[in-house]
Design a protein around this ligand. Structure first.
Ligand SMILES: Cc1cc2nc3c(=O)[nH]c(=O)nc-3n(C[C@H](O)[C@H](O)[C@H](O)COP(=O)(O)OP(=O)(O)OC[C@H]3O[C@@H](n4cnc5c(N)ncnc54)[C@H](O)[C@@H]3O)c2cc1C
Length: 429
């Protein structure tokens, strides 16, 4: 093969690590790249071998990390895939340095991010993404004694609250927008998956001193220069809470920029894949959160399927089909359980900023017919985050379909952009 690697995996979270490991174990030359300094993705971020056992999912981290390291893949840390300069090549950037990597098969495992919705005060200092705050704490931010309110939707709220509580924060309340009846139905479907029920119960036990209110959402954050108080509602009455931090996130949305750029078919917000995780583009597989928000186990199983398939070992891949189907059903049920209530569309006022990079208020977007018009007339989605934050919000608020991805899918330096016309080079190992 004339290109750099038999298999290139983008994303070194659990899905990417599993894919790279099994493909390398099957004898393929594999490169796995990630824009973070170390493998682990979101859930295993900042885990270290010495302390991992203390955390939920620590055992899985230790097992997979050991196997991943033994498999002998090339690990390119800090590199971000930003473009496809020619078929069979990806363009990467790291700290202003660029290179192109060639592949025979490509596995995308780029994970998900939090969805934020605009409400008055959401841009105040001290209002953070729930997962973002979790990442800061894992990175060394000390939450001791801080009063933290959590609001939004999804199981991440409870997981983050438990982690913050363990690190010394004082949780003043957890506000889940989904109604109790939907969550109870979801809980019943988990009876066959005691591991997941036990995980939820552990988190709740840890945070038992704080209220966990369903059918409630935040309508406003206020404070002089930073958040000091939030207003919460159950749709009938409103009440205020004092807090130092508000951690907010409305479930997760997949990072679809690369699959979109490569032309993979997207159906109902996720990449459409077959039983071997192959997308509609030949030689491109997608795994983990890209194919449905389903958590760690789903990412690991789908990663293994894609890795085996990339190595031509279909029998091993197919043996995992029943597990994959069960986990995909779980992802579907989770999407239904945490579906956003229509009231959340009315939280932003005319002056509430929707696109923080370009300072675009709700009123400027209301007359727009879609993304294209919003971009052209207001610059919404054209700032540093390239619509990663406001895109998912606008999709929910206005029902706009994404207008597709244009290269570079992440902001890049001028020298990388200027090199766009060069012929791709095979990347160094
Ligand atoms: C902020 C956040 C916090 C979370 N915390 C928890 C938790 O506490 N408990 C829990 O059970 N679940 C948590 N989850 C869910 C968890 O991420 C998933 O269950 C699981 O990690 C999915 O694995 P994955 O391999 O699909 O993706 P991820 O683990 O998200 O890994 C994807 C990786 O790809 C990298 N990447 C993306 N695009 C590119 C690119 N273009 N170039 C290079 N690298 C790229 C990302 O930086 C990331 O490292 C969290 C999710 C998020 C978004």
């Amino acid at each position: 093969m004339s290109t750099g690697f038999d298999v290139v995996v983008v994303g070194a979270g659990p899905g990417g690590m599993a894919a790279a490991t099994v493909a390398a174990e099957a004898g393929r030359r594999v490169c796995v790249l990630d824009d973070n300094a170390a493998p682990g993705g979101q859930i295993w971020r900042g885990f270290r071998a010495e302390t991992a056992r203390k955390y939920p999912h620590g055992r899985g981290f230790l097992d997979w990390t050991a196997r991943f390291e033994r498999a002998g893949c090339a690990i390119w840390a800090g590199w971000r895939a930003i473009d496809q300069p020619a078929p069979g090549f990806l363009r990467l950037e790291r700290d202003g340095e660029k290179c192109d990597v060639g592949f025979g098969r490509l596995i995308l495992a780029t994970g998900a991010r939090e969805r934020f919705l605009p409400f008055p005060g959401w841009t105040l200092p001290g209002v953070m993404g729930a997962g973002g705050l979790q990442a800061l704490v894992k990175g060394g931010l000390d939450p001791k004694g801080k009063r933290v309110a959590l609001a939004g939707s999804g199981p991440l709220l409870l997981a983050v609250a438990a982690g913050l509580q363990s690190a010394g924060a004082r949780i003043v309340g957890i506000y889940e927008q989904a109604p109790l009846v939907r969550l109870a139905g979801f809980g019943l479907t988990l009876l066959g998956q005691p591991g997941k029920l036990a995980e939820g119960a552990r988190y709740r036990l840890k945070t038992r001193h704080a209220a966990y209110k369903t059918g409630c959402w935040v309508v406003q954050a206020e404070g002089r220069g930073r958040v000091e108080q939030v207003t919460v509602t159950d749709g009938r009455k409103q009440w205020k809470l004092d807090c130092d931090w508000l951690a907010c996130g409305f479930h997760l949305v997949p990072n679809l920029e690369l699959p979109r750029l490569l032309g993979c078919r997207i159906v109902r917000g996720y990449v459409a894949v077959d039983r071997l995780q192959q997308s509609s583009m030949a030689g491109v597989a997608c795994v983990g959160e890209l194919t449905g928000i389903g958590g760690l186990e789903k990412a690991l199983v789908e990663g293994q399927i894609a890795g085996w398939a990339a190595a031509g070992r279909e029998a091993e891949a197919r043996a995992l089909t029943p597990k994959r189907q069960r986990l995909q059903r779980f992802a579907l049920r989770m999407d239904r359980a945490f579906a956003l209530r229509p009231e959340l569309r009315t939280l932003a006022r005319a002056e509430t900023v929707v696109c923080r990079c370009e300072d675009v208020a709700q009123s400027a977007l209301e007359g727009c017919a879609g993304w294209r018009e919003a971009r052209l007339h207001t610059r919404c989605g054209m700032g540093a985050c390239q619509g990663r934050v406001c895109g998912a919000a606008a999709e929910f608020l206005f029902g706009w379909e994404s207008s597709g991805a244009r290269p570079p899918v992440f902001p890049a330096t001028v020298s990388t952009l200027a090199a766009e016309a060069d012929a791709p080079q095979t990347a160094r190992r």
